[in-house]
Write a protein that binds this ligand. Structure first.
Ligand SMILES: Nc1ncnc2c1ncn2[C@@H]1O[C@H](COP(=O)(O)OP(=O)(O)OP(=O)(O)O)[C@@H](O)[C@H]1O
Length: 275
């Protein structure tokens, strides 16, 4: 995916204000940002579902604004709130959608991958919210996409289902599928993304790996320990020397903690700096 100078205005207001983005084949890329930042607008332009007002966009070698059916069959999409054909069973729905693709996965394989085998003959309207979301994911991957768009894919998942979903995404990426993910869960972005970008006010305010985003790797460490019945805390670029000294001094290190800013801390600082 290659995006240069992407712009989108709604009634004269700029929702996406000049974005540059490159996502390599097989990469998991996460787009983060507060409500209204322009994530869905950007993703829908990349999917060919919205028109842009400016900039160049190439997705799998084509312009999504003009690409045809064969291009469309190479991408998979999991929308934020997909409409379910509620009176079909899970298997019927997956088979139905599989019919649109030249080389689909079998319904059984996809249903197994999303962990819905026990529900495959159930009508979709009888499923829980998280189970329906899994159907959405199944429909997004049934066509064996080269590129998968996931818009807040795990909303409503229980913790175990999220972990299973993460494994599935890693498996797909390991098989060469490129994945563009939007999420409000920073732990999800950290667990999955090779690289990520933070969008705010229609612009990219930071881009990097989960470890380096916003200078996170260089942010230093906070060391806390107990000394004489009091908690001591020091903020340091490199805690090595202090830790050596504490050990040499025979300090009580049973409650020692060394912490760095979480991805969420870094994200909130980046977003806060925009306000
Ligand atoms: N169809 C539309 N008509 C007018 N304005 C729109 C339309 N779609 C989005 N917008 C506006 O564009 C901006 C970006 O919206 P967008 O849906 O892309 O944000 P988002 O980052 O996906 O937010 P969220 O995290 O809430 O999903 C918002 O200010 C929104 O109100």
């Amino acid at each position: 995916m290659e995006v240069t100078g992407l712009r989108k205005t709604y009634q004269g207001r700029e929702a996406v204000a000049g974005i540059d983005l490159v996502v390599a084949r097989g990469e998991i890329f996460a787009l983060l940002g507060p409500n209204g930042a322009g994530k869905t607008t950007t993703v829908e332009i990349l999917e060919g579902h919205r028109r842009r007002n400016g900039g160049d966009v190439r997705v799998l070698g084509e312009d999504p604004g003009t690409a045809g059916r064969s291009w469309r069959s190479r991408i998979g999409i999991v929308l934020q709130d997909a409409d379910d054909a509620a009176d079909l069973t899970v298997t019927e729905m997956v088979r139905h959608v599989a019919g649109f693709y030249p080389e689909p996965r079998t319904a059984d394989e996809v249903i197994e991958l999303v962990g819905l085998t026990a529900k495959k003959t159930s009508k979709i309207r009888t499923l829980s919210g998280g189970q329906r979301r899994r159907v959405d994911v199944a429909l997004g991957i049934v066509g064996r996409p080269e590129l998968l768009f996931l818009d807040e894919p795990t909303t409503g998942f229980d913790p175990e289902a999220r972990r299973q979903f993460w494994d599935l995404i890693r498996t797909l990426a390991g098989d060469g599928t490129t994945i563009l993910l939007t999420t409000h869960y920073l732990d999800e972005a950290e667990a999955l993304a090779d690289r990520l970008a933070v969008l705010a006010g229609g612009q990219i305010v930071a881009e990097g790996t989960p470890a380096t985003l916003g200078g996170r790797a260089a942010a230093g460490a906070k060391v806390s320990w107990q000394e004489g019945g009091r908690t001591r805390t020091e903020q340091l670029a490199d805690p090595t020397e202090l830790l050596r000294k504490l050990v040499a001094d025979g300090a009580d290190l049973r409650t020692l903690t060394v912490t760095r800013p979480t991805l969420e801390d870094t994200y909130l600082t980046l977003i806060g700096a925009r306000k």
